[in-house]
Design a protein around this ligand. Structure first.
Ligand SMILES: [Zn+2]
Ligand SMILES: [Zn+2]
Length: 299
């Protein structure tokens, strides 16, 4: 009996590492992909330091997922505190929540402008979204709702190049170029918080050099696809996935070189396989700590 309990306790430890005690949190708001999985909202990861939050990507449902995290006790993810976001690339699954991120906190009276960093094309996307919602913005501003005067400066878009892109008293954020098929610009991000270094891959193929960005970082959040699921995909899709994404075994090899304290899988393309199988595949090439994230997991 005691032996069984110990095994269960150890298994629980392996699945759910203790939440960090320091100043930073990695809150995986959405672990999804373009697939309409009802359990996995669009890709979005929040790096939280003290009472500030920094989003990486804004997939579908981002503000409501942030609100769920706020309700679970992470005050920095209150809608009105979503003021900094970093886009990895402009694929729709990573940006479908952009209108949500611009407009919902505005309606809820976010006191500061939204500062968004990302690749070329992000300014145009923001301008088109604001234009698309022109009637909503006009009616909310002038149609009787109190205090919704819209100001275009409420969204400041910074189109960036690889290198240092942001620094404040809590974090230093470095963007690095990753390979993602035909995208001319796709970024991963490295966050240096007071207590930990966190690297987030965005969408990237295995030859993106992310191991060099981590190098014993504390948390590596990395996209992945299942090799077993991949083997059953049609050849034309296999060619696509191999060029745009990273397989489980490739990720194991990346992690073996990078040696993060914790490897977090997100944006999991599992297809006909299972999450258990996916983890087994990664572990076949990597003996460090690895978890497969679900929406709202905190590391
Ligand atoms: Zn994606
Ligand atoms: Zn993508």
């Amino acid at each position: 009996m005691m032996k069984t309990l110990i095994v269960i306790a150890l298994a629980a430890l392996a699945i759910a590492p203790a939440r960090p005690q320091g100043r930073s949190r990695v809150v995986v708001l959405g672990t999804g992909t373009p697939n309409a999985d009802p359990d996995r909202f669009g890709p979005a990861v929040a790096v939280v330091v003290d009472d500030a939050s920094y989003l990486v990507d804004f997939g579908v449902g981002v503000v409501r997922r942030a609100a769920a995290a706020e309700r679970a006790g992470i005050a920095a993810l209150d809608a009105t505190r979503l003021t900094h976001a970093f886009a990895t690339h402009l694929h729709s699954d990573h940006t479908l929540g952009f209108a949500d991120l611009i407009l919902t906190p505005w309606v809820l009276e976010r006191p500061q402008p939204l500062e968004v960093y990302g690749p070329r094309g992000l300014k145009s996307m923001a301008a088109h979204l604001v234009a698309a919602y022109a009637d909503d913005i006009r009616i909310r501003s002038t149609g009787g709702e109190p205090r919704h005067q819209y100001d275009a400066r409420r969204v400041n878009v910074h189109e960036i190049a690889p290198g240092l892109v942001f620094r404040d008293a809590r974090v230093t954020v470095t963007a690095f170029a990753v390979k993602h098929g035909d995208w001319s610009q796709a970024f991963g991000y490295r966050f240096e918080a007071p207590d930990r270094t966190i690297v987030i891959s965005g969408d990237a193929s295995a030859d993106s050099g992310i191991d060099a960005q981590c190098q014993r970082c504390d948390v590596l959040v990395h996209e992945v696809y299942s090799e077993a699921g991949f083997a059953r995909r049609p050849p034309e899709w296999q060619a696509y996935h191999a060029r745009y994404h990273t397989s489980s075994r490739q990720l194991g090899a990346i992690a073996a070189r990078a040696r993060p304290r914790l490897l977090v899988l997100y944006h999991q393309l599992i297809w006909s396989s299972t999450e258990e199988e996916l983890l087994k595949e990664v572990r076949s090439a990597y003996d460090g700590e690895v978890v497969s994230a679900h929406d709202l997991d905190v590391y």
